[in-house]
Every structure is written in C-alpha cells, then in structure tokens.
Design a binder for this molecule. Sequence first.
Ligand SMILES: [Zn+2]
Length: 194
Amino acid sequence: MRIASAFAVTPAALVVAISNERRSRAGPRRVDEVEKLVIRTITGFHKDANGDWDAELGCLHSQHVRHRPPFQNRPWVEDSAQRQARVGSPIECPLCDRAETPDSLTLLRAARPWDQDTLPAGLRHSHRIAEGTWGMLRVTEGSVNFRMQTSPTSPAMDTTLSAGSTQPIPPEAPHEVTITGPVKLVVEFWGRPQ
Ligand SMILES: [Zn+2]
C-alpha cells in the first residue's frame, strides 16, 4: 500500500523537480528566445464604443490600448501627437497567430472555382497574400491538404480541409495547397474597400 502510493506520487513530483531544475539552470530567457507572435504594424487609432482607444493594425484587426491606471499604464494614448508617433510601429497580433478573421470585412473578389487539375501552380507552392487582404479558402467538394505558417516561431498548421470547410488565411502568412485527390475549391479575398 505504501509503495503503491509512493509510486503514484513520485513521477509527477519528479517532473516538477526536473522542470524547476532546468528553469534555474537556464536562467532568464534571452529576448530572442521569447515566443514571438505575428508582428503587425499600427496603422491608426480609434475609440471603441466604451470610449477606450483601439490600435488599428495592418492586418485589419484592432487591439485595445487602454490607459486605465494602475493596471494598464499608457498615458501616451490620451495624447494625439503621441498616438500619431506610434503609427507605423510594430505590435504583436495574437488574433493573426490564431488565423481569426477580423470583424466587418467586405468580399473584394473571388477567384473562379478550381479543381485538382486547374488549381494554378502558384497556389501549390508557398505564397502569401498582401497586407490588408485576407484569404478565405472554401472547399466545396473532396478534400485538400493545407499548410500555413502564421508566425516564424509558431508551429506550422498542416491539415486536411474537407468539403464544407472554410480556412481563413491572414495577410502575409506563407501557405500552400497540396492536391491529394479530387477537389473543388474557391478562394475569396476579403478586406476593407479604400
Ligand atoms: Zn492581426
């Protein structure tokens, strides 16, 4: 009984001990080891319905940049000149990392439906969509293999998209489609008209 309970406890305790030891041996993480999300560019600012400031990003997502001391200290956001100075600066976008489509996009154009024979070679190799435009890959029949890398440090998505599935593709994320059998698919481009 005593042996059994000791055995049940030990492996978990051991894992904790090992990971603690590794952490202390490694010391503080260097900046270049910190996981990086997708880096986007701030293109502007607006106030949301609650009167809080949102940064507008080149990917068409918005991100709260609240000044609510003492927990969120961004006094600069209340000043027009300081906001303006931050336009063009980099910001991480977790929503892009998760390939979540921004709100209120408009369908800009749709490529004609392709099948396993007509899918252009360009889409079968790694390629990207320009900043400010989202792709939407819709599989209407069959299935296809889809690979995408949202940020240089996040694991690549490698999945099978079957009939009925829709895959959002963030701007500038390298992605490729591999034909694995009969398929019909449509690629749409979504954004905000200028
Ligand atoms: Zn984004």
